[in-house]
Design a protein around this ligand. Sequence first.
Ligand code: ARG
Length: 577
Amino acid sequence: MASLSGKLTIIMEEAFNVLDLPTEKAQVNVSASGQAAEFQCNGAMPCAKFIQKNPREVAQEVIDVLQKISGGEVFEELSIGGPGFINIVLKESFIAQYLKHVGAEEGYGVEPVGKGQTIVLDYGGPNIAKAMHVGHLRSGIIGDTLRRMCLRAGYKTVGDVHMGDWGTPMGMILSELDIMGYEGEITMEMLAEIYPKASAACKADEARMALAREATRKLQEGDERYTSVWRQFIDVSIAGMKENYGSLGVYFDEWKGESHAHPYIEKMVEDIKKHGKAFEDKGAWIIPVAKEGDKKEIPPLILLKSDGAVLYGTTDMATIIDRMICHNPDKIVYIVDQRQHLHFEQVFRAVRITGIVGEDKPELTFAGFGTMNGKDGKPFKTRDGGVMRLDDLISMAKERAYARLDEAELAKDMDNAERDDVANKVAIAALKFADLQNNRISDYVFDIDRMTSFEGKTGPYLLYQAVRIQSLLHRAGVKDQIEFDEYIIDEKTRTLALLLAEYPDHFEGALSNYTPHILCDYVYRLAQEFSSFYGNCHILSEKDEKLKNSYLALCQRTHAQLTEILGLLGIEVPERM
Ligand code: ARG
């Protein structure tokens, strides 16, 4: 089932068809707010130009046909605006029927565009042994939302955390343990201490760095002792990551990392060389990826360094081989810091040039995101200038959520367990919505006060509106799905009903460009519109039982749609507040 404008487009196409006008001009859109019509089609003008007729005349012909084919069921009013816009006002019963119809479907009219397709989403990307920081927050939040949206659109989805678990940092730790002569059990705390120490020592001293490189090489060649120590610290790191992402409600289907690409690298490099797609350059091997017509210079991808070491690009190429073998995906999307844009451009070109993937399958997309900044406009840091750990950040948001709940007296009669659960949900809603509502490419300012507020375009505001509907339904004694013949659309409910019917368009807009902020804009408008409907309409004291029932059904529907969208954004609504 399409959106309401989608359905109207189908009817309009039929009319264009009758008149031998090109149907691709029959698109019907929601009119910009403040305009008289609810929907409009601007296709009469280009068509008129083409057949050299007066555009208002063409519009009138279209309107005549529309009246005839719709049998008086759809349009309340069809009129011509300005030079030849076709303005549409719908019949109340048509809106009501549409809403009821679509309400019976699982995704409220969202089309299963991904059915039969597999999509791999690469997000999270934390690095072993290093504490997870806010950069990994953005990737996790956006990626998990996209995964949920893809699932809703019918894709088979594979969310891969793709850890950094294989490069020189591993050798730094292994060689540090050697120097310490440590052979005992390894904990996360130890790693957090050892890694910065080892990394600083390696930076300061070339000989120390050589030890790290040697250890890395041995690990990558399969040295048994190193492999077993490495396995240990991978395990403790993954446990820490699972805890962090788990408390955020960010999920992964696969816990793979760069190391999973390793088994493919040797043969891949060999094949690429054999087919003459890589060239030797001062001892290194490179794949030229520049194309004619490039606006800026795209440097070659370095396949092997002169010392034989593999780089980030090589690993990402081999990871694609792994994904082709394991999933044969139709699409792969990378949700990674915008600053890695060039790297992915090189990788995408290199895998096509080398034939690792076909010309157009899988579709490879880089969905980059901007930086989360502090109020000073610089990348967000703790007060003492360090990187903020993810778990500290969550605790901080939770603390603010507690204070906010108290301020607004929203948790007065809750016991401690419930209060804690609600504070947690408010905190997560605040963090996630503040992140997702920005166009992902933009940087944004992390402002804990603003994002935890119950007013304005925030996660807590949306939770509050959803809970408000719950409590209204509760007071009305509604427990199950309300039975009703038809929504009664009147001047009080019309705007809300039409907005509910727009949902599939916004979902599609958000999914097709991997831009969840479109969904955020929509869900915020929906909550606001509900709020004004609620303010204008005395639902509980309505005397007409049929009308009251329809109002309640609309409330229930709004609640269901709000909850559905918040769910896609990874935000859970508490029972009460
Ligand atoms: N570990 C990387 C980082 O912290 C991100 C990994 C992104 N994914 C990828 N396939 N390269 O920057």
